[in-house]
Design a protein around this ligand. Sequence first.
Ligand code: TMP
Length: 221
Amino acid sequence: MISSNLIKRGLFIVFEGPEGAGKTVQAARLAEYLGKIGYGDGKAIHEPGGTRIGETIRGILLDINNKGMQPLAEFFLFLAARVKFVCDIVKPKMENGEIVVADRFALSTMAYQIYARGLPEEQCLTAIDLAVQGCEPDVYFLLLVDPEIGRNRQGLQGKKPDRFESENLDFHRKVTEGYVHFSQRLQNCVVIDTDHLTVEEIQKEVVDYLRKRFGDRFPNL
Ligand code: TMP
């Protein structure tokens, strides 16, 4: 059954995971499906990004020439972009009853900045809470991938590595450990191991879960 509360306040769905797990493809496919059934413009929003300020901050964070950035500076830049994302995109859309699909959110900061970069957990979690202003995702889909498989998948896409993608495999292993570690504290986190799954199989798991939980908000096309 769907609660009337959910219908009024919309839904916030987030895809998370290490590099090469397939988040971007899944977020795009889900947003496209939602657009077809009348929810939103059919586009997922990546984070950091989605606003002019967010995209500018994203450019600074991903720029390979900014290798000297302190982890703490990196952390606050992600949070600055998040405040803009929450205030200008997530909250207004949720209040309008829309479904927001995001490619990354706060779980990324826990995995990358707290766990992999080693920033102090308690203080950083408090700052993350401050930035998200109570705007917690209804569902996190955490797509996991073995870091080497992830790297190969990205290689296959022929992408030039950015500042994070150019980190070594040990860093990416830590990111994955961080995701697993922090996901265990979340109530609404669905973990999907993508190593041996096709894009279609992952999408089926996502939509099956949403149908089971939210019923006829997610009909067959
Ligand atoms: P992507 O959107 O193309 O995945 O790139 C964003 C990069 O930023 C990715 O390498 C993960 C990283 N990131 C963090 O380190 N912390 C965060 O809080 C977020 C949202 C992303």
